[in-house]
Design a binder for this molecule. Structure first.
Ligand SMILES: Nc1ncnc2c1ncn2[C@@H]1O[C@H](COP(=O)(O)OP(=O)(O)OP(=O)(O)O)[C@@H](O)[C@H]1O
Ligand SMILES: [Mg+2]
Length: 261
């Protein structure tokens, strides 16, 4: 078996909010294989985004380890941390919230090239144009403001910005939930196509299995900060073992009937 891109073990995270303890992550372990997608499904508040933020090091874990590309990721500091940061990128649900409203699309895409030293100033415009074309937008969009495009186009820009860093792993936190039904399919197809052409690994977060099953090789089901069930997507769909897993399968139309006895 090829070495996993990421291995998380025993991650824990507790928040104290207004005097109340909330266990957002309770001993979470997971593995992501190269070129594969782990779909992370669970109800609101089950800890999906907290897990994403801990994996990105946007939030410190209370306990646990993460190996990223063979390195002890949560322990990296200084230069080693800066060098490794580009390997794991995130795409958020709300394409507007992720951007400075006054930024141009070209500026948004040039930032990671500059920050990670991936292209000098002279080379950046061409790289920005190529990134836009890779996500199905015209290179001429570089001069537009981030507000001057549709929600679906903004999500394409967010994906291009993640790609700019040349990551090994992208964490998508409900990337199509805020989009019109009509363009969800296009964005999902883009995400799937990029995985194949770039050999990327993904974590794909959603509330239900309807979308996750279409894009995920493996599924992990979260409940109250724990992963209660995990396995290959067809196995979870055909034979969910946890109560939450059975409820999630039953909630997708046309899915559960096939599995009826
Ligand atoms: N910064 C914070 N301070 C206090 N509590 C928090 C914080 N962030 C998250 N939580 C709590 O941790 C738990 C997990 O939240 P999280 O956002 O990870 O859930 P989620 O599965 O992403 O939910 P959703 O599907 O609604 O996005 C929730 O009870 C939430 O209220
Ligand atoms: Mg969330």
């Amino acid at each position: 078996m090829p070495e996993p891109v990421l291995v998380a073990q025993n991650l824990c995270k507790t928040f104290i909010s207004r005097g109340r303890r909330v266990t957002a992550l309770d001993d979470v372990s997971l593995t992501i294989a190269p070129g594969e997608t782990l779909g992370l499904v669970g109800a609101s508040g089950s800890g999906k985004s907290t897990l994403a933020r801990v994996l990105l090091r946007l939030l410190p874990a209370d306990a646990g380890t993460v190996r990223l590309l063979g390195e002890d990721w949560l322990k990296l500091r200084g230069r080693a941390l800066r060098a490794r940061r580009r390997s794991i990128q995130m795409v958020f649900q709300d394409p507007l919230a992720a951007f400075n409203p006054r930024a141009t699309i070209g500026g948004v895409l040039a930032d990671p090239l500059r920050i990670h030293g991936l292209a000098d100033r002279a080379a950046r415009p061409a790289r920005v144009g190529a990134l836009l074309e890779r996500v199905g937008l015209p290179a001429s969009y570089a001069v537009r403001g981030v507000h001057e495009v549709s929600g679906g186009e903004r999500q394409r820009v967010a994906i291009a910005r993640a790609l700019a860093a040349r990551p090994s792993l992208i964490v998508f936190d409900e990337p199509v939930s805020a989009l019109d039904q009509s363009i969800r399919g296009q964005i999902l197809k883009l995400i799937a196509d990029l995985q194949k052409s770039e050999g990327l690994s993904y974590v794909f977060i959603a509330h239900d299995l309807a979308v996750v099953r279409l894009v995920s090789h493996q599924v992990a089901i979260m409940e109250s900060g724990r992963i209660v069930e995990t396995g290959p997507t067809p196995q979870i769909i055909a034979n969910p073992r946890s109560q939450t897993g059975r409820a999630l399968v039953a909630a997708v139309p046309h899915l559960h009937r096939r599995n009826a006895p």
